[in-house]
Design a protein around this ligand. Structure first.
Ligand SMILES: C[S@@+](CC[C@H](N)C(=O)[O-])C[C@H]1O[C@@H](n2cnc3c(N)ncnc32)[C@H](O)[C@@H]1O
Length: 377
């Protein structure tokens, strides 16, 4: 950040642009107020996390705090506390531009009551409380140490929203009904308790997806009078998952028999983070997950059935037209994948924002273009 930027009103303390009603809250309440001394700057594209310690390098720490990057603040549910990154990041301060965009999509205004799931550092709850008032905001954090640090940082900033330590999937009935519910952790099911605690006309904004991929899509659901929720997916995002809805990744090859059948394919579905196809594949193919792996000029896609021992693997090479496919188990997972890919192509390769979700008493129903055009597995 240059001296000129620092001096310009409205940008102090951050190095990314935000406009709209949340810009003033972000300027008044910089993310740095909510961060621990030791944190990890996370590169969304490589997946690498570098430690930044305020005690050793305050300038680097300040730059990271002001940058538009996610900062990991806890690994492995707190079991790893040294400077080396752990295995699974389990709490973070999200990218500020994502935080600002979600607050805009939430469309919360003074007079409304808001429930947040996933307090993390407390920054998002602080921004909400700054604009809507302490009494309007309840936030739930499953990890007691994370919740306590957030309470301390909020109090030091002069803010006192209700911070509950517990499982956010139960909501917080004592504060209901809510006009808005915002989740800052990813999920595979919208918890029923949230629907019960939401006002008619209220909104749930949540990172939602399937176990097919780790990515999520931000869904904005509005409650009808009869309690049915429906709304569009807005864009791809990726959040740490709710503790109770995490996927334990399949172990290969020990879990799987080696009696695969071998064939070839000319199909090349576009797998990869923040792409539409993996999201669509998850809607069309129930009980399936995938892992991709690059080895030199080979790209390997592994598919795993979650309820049985089915698996498939495909090796793609840049200059080779037909790829080799291995399939094993009761499901022919690559054949299913090709059918999902054909369906998506025939539909004109729709992006994530052409899909939506309805949540009613019978469950969750993704759709394409309109709620009556359901996408069934
Ligand atoms: C990406 S962080 C949230 C960022 C946060 N909103 C902020 O402003 O810093 C996700 C948080 O969700 C929490 N979490 C995971 N599962 C949860 C659950 N079932 N209930 C409440 N919090 C949960 C994690 O412990 C983690 O702190």
């Amino acid at each position: 950040m240059t001296a000129t930027d620092q001096d310009r009103p409205g940008t102090t303390g951050r190095s990314f642009p935000v406009s709209g009603p949340w810009a003033a809250a972000m300027d008044a309440l910089p993310r740095a107020l909510f961060l621990p001394d030791l944190m990890w700057a996370h590169d969304m594209f490589t997946g690498a996390s570098e430690p930044v310690d305020r005690r050793a390098d305050p300038d680097a720490w300040g730059e990271a705090a002001a940058a538009d990057i996610p900062l990991v603040t806890q690994w492995d549910d707190g079991r790893n506390s040294d400077a080396q990154a752990g295995t699974v990041p389990t709490s973070s301060a999200s990218m500020p531009s994502i935080v600002a965009g979600m607050l805009e999509d939430l469309d919360a205004s003074p007079g409304m009551r808001v429930l947040e799931i996933g307090t993390g550092t407390g920054w998002n709850a602080g921004l909400l409380a700054h604009r809507l008032g302490d009494n309007a905001v309840t936030t739930i954090e499953v990890d007691p140490a994370v919740a306590e640090a957030a309470r301390e940082h909020l109090a030091a900033a002069g803010l006192h929203p209700t911070v509950i330590t517990g499982d956010g999937s139960a909501g917080h009935p004592a504060g209901a009904p809510y006009d808005r519910i915002i989740a800052t952790c990813g999920m595979r099911h919208i918890p029923h308790a949230w629907i019960e605690q939401l006002q008619p006309g209220g909104v749930i904004l949540a990172p939602w997806g399937t176990h097919f991929e780790n990515g999520d899509a931000l869904v904005r659901l509005t409650a009808a009078q009869d309690g049915t929720l429906a709304g569009p997916f807005l864009r791809p995002v990726e959040f740490m998952k709710m503790r109770s809805q995490r996927l334990t990744p399949p172990q290969h090859p020990v879990d799987f028999p080696g009696d695969a059948s071998v064939s070839t394919t000319a199909a090349r579905p576009p797998f990869g983070p923040w792409k539409a196809f993996p999201f669509v594949a998850g809607l069309r193919l129930a009980g399936l997950t995938h892992v991709t792996d690059r080895r030199g000029d080979e790209r390997v896609v592994w598919l795993y059935g979650l309820a049985d021992k089915s698996w498939a693997a495909v090796v793609f090479q840049d200059e080779v037209e037909r790829s080799t496919v291995w399939q094993s188990g009761p499901r022919r997972l690559w054949d299913e994948m090709e059918a999902a890919h054909d369906w998506w192509q025939a539909a004109g390769r729709p992006g994530i924002d052409r899909f939506g979700l309805t949540v009613d008493r019978d469950g969750q129903h993704p759709w394409l273009n309109s709620p009556d055009n359901r996408v069934e597995p």
